[in-house]
Design a protein around this ligand. Structure first.
Ligand SMILES: [Zn+2]
Length: 382
């Protein structure tokens, strides 16, 4: 990737490259896709699925250059990233592409639109002093219709079919009619995903049918279990990240997938200088942030999270908050202003800190929907 590449344009171009590679069965083009994908995902993508750190040209800069407060991460860049990875997923059937689609969909893409659906971010930083807000429209209004396009097309992302196979990529609640080997299969997926990891798939068939049901085990998930009609089945995923359950399915079979969703601390590669000594909060595919409005405007850059305490953060369903979300509550430390005044810029004794401060984290995608204030995704780890 070059320094001058505007990120959405590169991603749209790569979506076209992927289509051509598939259409002409061209391994050289697929190799280009794979090389750029690896560089993007392993060196240049924000935890939220945002890409392109530079405000100067909406573009890429250098490996591991991922500042949080000045992140550009244009909404359309995330959209185009989703489109490209969706294509690669269709061609390769590899869950690593679905992981990127999911990570981006639930975080850096959907942050681009307000909960009311009437204002938009062009830029999606991972920290804010409270001055960055969505607006109803902007001079280059690519994002609003592009957000609508993706939301309207989400149904196309959930399933795929192959010879003898049905693939379930994402676990949003839905009902679908698909065709496997020429036979109709009706799927009803019931779940409160991404807030809970329990997923129920009810199959309706005209007659018993032999095929492989491929369930994606997300990259963030370390523990899971699968049952068919209540009986446990072998659920070790293949190298592509999917558990294949191959059998003769009966007309009313029910499959339960349970994905454990603990609160996780996430760390960045030490080469990301902006994130050294810091951690972020994630649960399932959701990246969390803290906002001033929930945390008494304490100065979020002063907050330190103890990694040992993160796993003990309480998970609370809040159906009335932010359209219905899960929030995390826990204990943190924070540096205080005790002993400092407006005539002291430097001093020789170490600042003091509050040892047990209650903090609240909300899904990153929902920030800036309430009282304006500071926001932060990455915290000092201590
Ligand atoms: Zn845009």
């Amino acid at each position: 990737m070059t320094r001058s590449s505007a990120t959405p344009c590169v991603m749209y171009l790569m979506a076209g490259v992927a289509d051509l590679a598939h259409e002409y069965d061209d391994p050289t083009l697929l190799a280009v896709c794979e090389r750029l994908w690896a560089n993007l995902v392993h060196q240049r993508m924000y935890l939220t699925g945002g890409i392109g750190p530079s405000r100067h040209n909406e573009g890429f800069t250098t490996d591991y250059d991922l500042p949080d407060e000045s992140a550009y991460a244009e909404t359309c860049a995330s959209i185009a990233l989703i489109m490209w990875n969706h294509r690669l997923l269709q061609f390769a059937g590899d869950g690593k592409y679905a992981d990127i689609v999911e990570q981006t969909l639930y975080n850096g893409f959907i942050s681009g639109v307000s909960l009311a659906g009437d204002s938009f971010f062009y830029v999606n930083p991972l920290a804010s002093d409270g001055a960055h807000h969505r607006t109803p429209w902007f001079e280059c209004p690519c994002c609003p219709p592009n957000v609508g396009r993706i939301l309207a097309s989400l149904g196309n992302y959930l399933y795929s079919t192959s010879d003898g196979g049905l693939w379930v990529h994402f676990y949003a609640q839905n009902s679908a009619h698909v065709t496997v080997d020429g036979q109709p299969v009706q799927v009803r997926l019931t779940s409160n995903y991404p807030w809970e990891g329990a997923v129920k798939l009810a199959l309706t068939l005209d007659a018993p049918q032999h095929f492989a049901l491929n369930l994606r085990i997300p990259g963030w998930c370390d523990e899971w279990a699968v049952t068919v009609n209540g009986a446990a089945v072998e659920s070790t995923p293949a190298s592509n990240g999917y558990v294949a359950i191959t059998r003769t399915w009966q007309p009313d079979d029910v499959v339960d997938l349970d994905l454990a969703m603990p609160v996780q601390a996430v760390y960045a590669n030490p080469n990301v200088r902006h994130m050294q000594g810091r951690l972020a909060l994630q649960r399932g595919p959701i990246v969390f942030c803290m906002e001033g409005v929930d945390n008494d405007n304490i100065g979020l850059d002063r907050v330190t999270l103890d990694p040992a305490q993160v796993a003990g953060f309480r998970v609370e369903q809040q159906p009335e908050m932010l359209g219905g979300v899960v929030v995390l509550r826990g204990s943190a430390q924070a540096i205080t202003e005790e002993g400092w005044d407006n005539q002291t810029l430097y001093r020789r004794n170490q600042p003091s800190s509050v040892a047990a401060l209650d903090v609240v984290a909300v899904p990153y995608a929902t920030w800036d929907n309430r009282t304006p204030g500071e926001m932060r995704v990455w915290f000092r780890a201590g």
